[in-house]
Design a protein around this ligand. Sequence first.
Ligand code: ADP
Length: 352
Amino acid sequence: MNSIVSPPLTVAKHEQGAEPIVRFRDLHRRFGDTPALDGVSLDIGKGEIVGLIGRSGAGKSTLIRCLNGLERVDSGEITIEGRRIDRLPERELQPLRRRIGMIFQHFNLLSAKTVIDNIALPLKIEGVAKPERRERARELLGLVGLSGRENAYPSELSGGQKQRVGIARALAARPALLLSDEATSALDPETTRSILALLKDINTRLGVTILLITHEMEVVRSIADRVAVIDAGRIVEEGPVWSVFANPQSDITTTMLASVRPQLPTEISARLKDEGDSVVLAIDTATSDAGKLLFDLQAQLGGRASLLHGGIERIQDRPVGRFFVSVPVDDLTTARQFLISHLARVEVLGHV
Ligand code: ADP
């Protein structure tokens, strides 16, 4: 019974022509019968925050391991700053690996080392002189809001503080890409928000490119510019975050969005039938005045539409609205035409 009508949304692409920081081209990697990567292509543009989201087993870790050279692809190409890395021998991979700073779910700090020594470690490995690396580490401590804690040990810090140290360490060698591997998954919601705000701030102030690997839409919604959804080793959907939220194309994306978008209240969905006097519609809109759209729909239908549930949120400074309304069956065609002509997406959920 469900029918979805989607007008084309304008999809803003990241800067065309510029060399991406990372380029994945048609990557394949099998483990026995399992295609962990099944033709993954994705570009990470300079200065972007890209969210790569997928459920457990989707292929995220395999992709990261291939990017780090810890795993080899069966076929396909990976370039970092224009340099092809997928066939490089281990020795030549080392310096390129340092172009990627990583932060992890469990922080991966050295417990026997102080905060400042943890942060300075990548610079020590690079052979940077001690006074210089300590100065850089202090500068980074200030950046992540931990000035004064340089002599603390990781065990003396909260989870959020540990991740701040992890971020400072990841940035020490001025990487081309900051790769966040489920970096907020072990943190409470408030700490997650503060760490995401810090990442956004670093992206804005320093122009650092960030790839966020996550299974949480909330993470993507708060700071990513673009999102790619991976499922069974394939990128099933990709676009600006506001656009994917307003007009998801794949079932897996819709399912993953369920926890962060308004849903039809269960007492109404339990009453949905194949036939009835009224039709329940789900309306997604990313126009500048979603509230007015509903008001105008109401005027168009002579006041016969009822708002059941919904709301408007701002994603990337765009209003993204999702509403559930019921309209008399006889008004369905008019309602649908009106909404589509105003660039909304309309889904008929059923009758009441
Ligand atoms: P995610 O990180 O999204 O949870 P993974 O990349 O870890 O997904 O896994 C993708 C698929 O590849 C899964 O089906 C997983 O079981 C399989 N896989 C990953 N690594 C291996 C391995 N070393 N040996 C066998 N199967 C693997």
